[in-house]
Write a protein that binds this ligand. Structure first.
Ligand code: PLP
Length: 462
């Protein structure tokens, strides 16, 4: 302990090394960093570790701490899982047009709520409302912070304090605390459950309707399926019942398919088809299959949308200018017909097996040339998924490369890849590490190759 330099001596050493100027620290901040270093030295000495206590070593430690603190923590990740919409990996990557709109707007002032015709106050929805409505053939549209907010707003503004009827087969928990019964309670509406877990009949809905009923809510079972002896009334039947009783029908569709996507095989109706079936409002996320920024999108009947826009919660749930810009850019891609190429999620979904197999073969070939022979890589077909609570049954045939280290630990390799400065997220299965090609951007396969080379040249020993 006696050999640990005093704070005074360390401050002098740091000053002499120019640390304070280099990192633009106040004297107080420098002292805090030095104290952290001294404390960790003390802890190490106390646990009997050998520590280099020379001032030079301590200054190196301080530099490392400062650099680590000044690095950004939110960073790009290479997604080699094949899961297209991974909530933990930020869901949909933004397309070129969306990124361009964000850049154009972020650096300066913008007309977010300024009407350039009149010079008076404008509406942030004016940039996206019409475009959204046109895209799905709705009368009107609105966007809020996320789909959870959309459900909350619709119920609070249009259903509370009355009763909302939901099937017991659709009491969804999405994860991350989004549970339909809880959201309904928060909105101030009363949940009325009908049917059973596996079977709900139209008559169950009809029998539950009272003078207090203010809405019927249909919820997409985004992340599970009930199969076997099951029943749900069709959307059209439900819409007819709602019309007959003069009650609005709302549907939380979760991912919201805007364009029919061949890869998911027509198993899901598009938002336009859902509206055409007679649903009054359809709610979905901006960052799932639409491929835009985090947002909650509400499309449907004009008079409902107008009431939502005027509700006090709207102020708390509104989108910021960066999201408005990114959403407008994404919608422009659809409007210009370039979405299947521009919007990464749609581009990745559209990748055919031939293209994916070729990507895998190129990566495996590069690996075989550069890596030691005891690291086996094999091209193989994989089953991907859409993820993000979207299309739970869709299985995406994909291709990838599996890496096998005889005698090595796949978990060790996966951890090494995850902890790199650009983390690579790969799957581990049956003793092998799998890299799925579907979710890789151009150049990322080469980055994976380089990371494996680093691993063989020293990372393996870490
Ligand atoms: C994903 C999902 C949500 C939550 O959407 P966020 O945009 O994450 O708030 C709500 N309902 C369903 C059915 C979903 O699939």
């Amino acid at each position: 302990m006696k050999n640990i330099p005093s704070m005074t001596a360390l401050i002098a050493a740091a000053q002499a090394a120019g640390v304070q100027e280099e990192y633009r620290l106040s004297s107080q901040r420098l002292t805090d960093y030095l104290r952290d270093t001294v404390n960790s030295c003390r802890a190490a000495v106390l646990t009997g570790q050998r520590v280099d206590l020379s001032p030079a070593a301590l200054i190196t430690d301080v530099r490392r701490r400062i650099q680590r603190r000044q690095e950004s923590r939110l960073r790009r990740v290479i997604n080699a899982t094949g899961i297209l919409l991974h909530t933990n990996l930020g869901r949909a990557p933004l397309g070129l047009l969306a990124r361009q709109r964000v850049q154009a707007v972020a650096a300066g002032y913008c007309n977010l709520e300024y009407d350039t015709d009149t010079g008076g106050r404008g509406s942030r929805m004016s940039h996206i409302g019409e475009r959204l409505a046109r895209l799905v053939g709705a009368e009107a549209a609105l966007a809020v912070n996320n789909n959870a907010a959309a459900v909350l707003l619709v119920l609070a503004a249009l259903a509370a304090p009355g009763e909302v009827i939901v099937s017991r087969g659709e009491q969804v928990e999405i994860g991350g605390m989004f549970r339909i019964p809880d959201v309904i309670r928060q909105s101030g509406a009363q949940l009325v459950e009908v049917g059973t877990t596996n079977r709900t009949h139209l008559a169950d809905y009809r029998d539950a309707i009272t003078a207090n009923t203010t809405a019927i809510l249909k919820v997409h079972t985004s992340n599970y399926r009930i199969s076997g002896f099951t029943k749900q009334p069709t959307r059209t039947e439900l819409a007819e019942l709602a019309k007959e009783k003069n009650i609005p029908l709302f549907e939380d569709v979760g991912s919201g398919l805007v364009l029919p996507v061949a890869a998911v095989g027509g198993t899901e109706p598009t938002v336009a088809e859902i509206l055409a079936a007679g649903v009054d409002l359809v709610l979905f996320s901006g960052d799932k299959l639409l491929g835009g920024p985090q947002a909650g999108i509400i499309v449907g009947t004009g008079h409902h949308i107008q009431r939502l826009a005027k509700h006090p919660l709207m102020r708390a749930l509104r989108l910021d200018k960066l999201s408005v810009a990114a959403l407008e850019g994404t919608l422009l891609s659809y409007e210009r017909g370039s979405a299947p190429q521009d919007v990464p999620i749609l581009h990745f979904l559209g990748r055919g097996e031939g293209e994916l197999r070729q990507m895998a073969e190129e990566l495996a070939c590069a690996m075989r040339q550069e890596l030691p022979e005891d690291l086996w890589c094999t091209v193989l077909s994989l089953q991907g998924e859409v993820g993000g609570g979207a299309l739970p049954e869709a299985r995406l045939e994909s291709w990838g490369v599996s890496v096998d280290l005889p005698g090595g630990s796949p978990e060790h390799l996966v951890r090494y890849l995850r902890r790199r400065s650009v983390p690579i997220v790969a799957r581990c299965k049956e003793g092998k590490v799998l890299f799925d090609m579907r979710t890789l951007f151009p150049g990322e396969a080469a980055e994976i190759g380089a990371a494996l080379r680093d691993y063989c040249q020293g990372g393996m020993a870490e």
